[in-house]
Design a protein around this ligand. Structure first.
Ligand SMILES: C=C(O[C@@H]1C=C(C(=O)O)C=C[C@H]1O)C(=O)O
Length: 286
């Protein structure tokens, strides 16, 4: 029953999501779960089009398709304060670029709209936006500021030179007093109805990956230094400042983000967060 399900799982191809996936390969192999690794914007599209059944996606993409998806409880990529890898690189201070030209990474959905909210409601600016491949130098050729996320943002922060760097998680927290959730794990409703036990068991394996990763972050730190570069101290702080659960603190911040996005017309509908229930998976089993 569902055990042989050919589930396809989308994995964010950045260090920020490693804890949810790092210890999952063994389980995925045994359970026949296929994992595809992409940047968030690609994962958002793949889940929407049914190429994947379950995926880490931008929380904004969840909001756009919430009637087709269920959220997995306990899992997210969030911060309550600094996020360290969602950064606006500015040639001049915020006051002077808030009506200028801003290049936005094509890899993101949540952060692009978080920046639009911050610019409109916090800085009261009206910049012109353009989408660009995530390369800081070429983005800044024609723009006053550039938004990067994930590993490219981290690498750029190590060589930002004279640029002003704004951490959107930190600003959001100072402004609202709340946390911010950048990614959630969502399952398509039809997959949840068809393979409830397989989803429940994958959820459990992702919780376990998170527990093992955060219990022994050294494995992640070593892997990050080897594959991305940087110092162990940087990565130790990075994986500590990111939060991976999805409790009331995170949900409250995300609900405010959805409301503000709705007010600005960035979202077409109000969003009601709906969760996958392991209880119903168990009942199907009986
Ligand atoms: C923490 C981050 O969050 C990511 C930001 C996303 C977005 O802006 O759409 C999507 C997934 C998250 O994993 C990051 O990019 O470093």
């Amino acid at each position: 029953m569902g055990r042989e399900s050919p589930l396809t799982l989308g994995r964010i191809d950045y260090a920020n999501a490693w804890p949810l996936f790092h210890h999952l390969d063994g389980y995925a192999g045994e359970a026949g779960v296929r994992i595809v690794s992409r940047v968030p914007a690609e994962l958002n599209r793949a889940l929407r089009e049914g190429e994947t059944d379950i995926s880490a996606i931008s929380s904004f993409a969840y909001a756009q398709n919430s009637e087709d998806y269920l959220l997995l409880p306990d899992l997210s990529v969030s911060s309550v304060g600094r996020v360290n890898s969602i950064l606006l690189f500015m040639k001049r201070p915020l006051e002077q670029v808030k009506n200028g030209r801003i290049a936005l990474t094509t890899a993101s959905a949540t952060s692009v709209n978080l920046l639009k909210i911050i610019m409109a409601k916090y800085a009261e600016g009206q910049p012109q936006y353009e989408r660009a491949e995530p390369d800081l130098d070429s983005m800044l050729e024609n723009a006053d500021a550039a938004l990067l996320i994930g590993d490219p943002a981290i690498r750029a922060s190590w060589s930002a030179g004279k640029l002003h760097v704004l951490d959107l998680g930190e600003l959001w927290h100072r402004w609202t007093g709340l946390g911010m959730t950048y990614a959630v794990v969502a399952v398509r409703k039809e997959a949840a109805a068809r393979w409830p036990q397989a989803i429940a068991s994958l959820l459990q394996a992702m919780r376990e990956s998170k527990r093992l990763s955060l219990g022994n972050p050294q494995a992640l730190i070593d892997h990050a230094c080897r594959t991305i570069g940087g110092e162990p101290g940087y990565w130790a702080r990075y994986f500590t400042e990111l939060r991976y659960d999805f409790g009331p603190m995170q949900q409250q911040g995300l609900a405010l983000y959805f409301r503000l996005a709705r007010q600005l017309g960035l979202l077409e509908r109000d969003v009601h967060m709906e969760f996958f229930s392991e209880q119903s998976a168990l009942q199907v089993n009986e």
